[in-house]
Design a binder for this molecule. Structure first.
Ligand code: SAM
Length: 273
């Protein structure tokens, strides 16, 4: 880092910089980067993880929004082989630009918490290029990602992410590992896109629709929440008990409802066999 420039963490960019060497090593061990791999780091900040990622000999693209961090990052890593900096918003970044090979990108980041959910959804739209993802997120978000049916954490985020990925909650990180310290606990999660979807939907947009509608009012029965999309007979035809609440349904059941919806909408009718 430059001796002359002291970067002040900016709240609007979600800047909580990692400074605990033990936590940094633990994250790098979990990622286990290797020479020949293609890594993408979102929000390198001052480079807490970047250094270790590059030391592995892997190719590394970093995407950083804060213009003020660019000179600092260039000074620190500009001459390292395989390192490229993209200044801009990761939410708008076209990840397909980086690789056209399936399952080739390993995406990592201590993510700004304010964009973590939309960013994960954006990355899922490129899931076929991604080998795996390791993220630091709010612990509460990781619990929702890794949730199982039946509990209060199971919802839209768990279902849509688990549709595309295997989710592993690896370990928790306390506020003291960051500067400035956030007000909440954090956790590291590993997301691995499925090579083959375990429960493929005819049309994933119908799955998004049915899940969003179902969890709009999570305390009501499915028969009630899904009234605008599917009637009681259609719910029953999907093999789902309409008197259950949405949090009691697993992914496979939501996919059956989505397929039922696809078969009764003009858009979905195209997929009907
Ligand atoms: N990786 C560093 C670390 O662990 O110390 C910084 C982590 S900090 C929580 C989040 C980083 O993401 C900051 O550097 C911030 O400027 C950057 N950032 C915020 N929003 C971004 C966006 N939309 N696209 C890319 N980077 C972003």
């Amino acid at each position: 880092m430059s001796d002359t420039y002291q970067h002040r963490a900016r709240k609007r960019f979600g800047q909580n910089f990692l400074h605990d060497a033990g936590v940094i090593h633990r994250i790098l061990r979990a990622i286990h980067p290797k020479a020949g791999e293609h890594l993408v780091e979102i929000g390198p900040g001052q480079g807490a993880l970047t250094e270790g990622l590059l030391d592995s000999g892997a190719k590394l693209d970093v995407i950083e929004l804060d213009l003020d961090l660019v000179p600092l990052l260039r000074e620190r890593f500009g001459d390292r082989e395989g390192w490229s900096l993209h200044q801009g918003d990761a939410l708008k970044f076209d990840f397909a630009r980086l690789s056209d090979r399936p399952r080739s990108l390993r995406v990592v980041g201590n993510l700004p918490y304010n964009i973590s959910t939309p960013l994960i959804f954006h990355l899922l739209s490129h899931a076929e290029r991604i080998h795996d993802m390791h993220f630091m997120l709010q612990k509460e978000v990781v619990e929702r990602l890794a949730a199982q049916p039946g509990g209060g954490d199971w919802g839209r985020l768990s279902i849509m992410v688990q549709y595309h990925c295997r989710v592993e909650h690896l370990f928790n990180v306390g506020p003291g590992a960051f500067n400035p310290a956030p007000k909440v606990d954090s956790a590291i999660v590993r997301l691995v896109p499925h090579a083959q979807l375990p429960h493929p939907a005819q049309d994933v947009r119908q799955l998004e629709r049915v899940v969003r509608e179902a969890f709009n009012q999570r305390r009501k029965t499915l028969r009630n929440t899904l009234k605008g999309l599917l009637d009681a007979t259609a719910i029953e035809s999907a093999g789902v008990d309409g008197s259950l609440r949405p949090e009691q349904l697993d992914l496979a059941a939501f996919v059956r409802l989505a397929d039922q919806l696809a078969s009764c909408t003009p858009e979905g009718a195209r997929d009907e066999r």
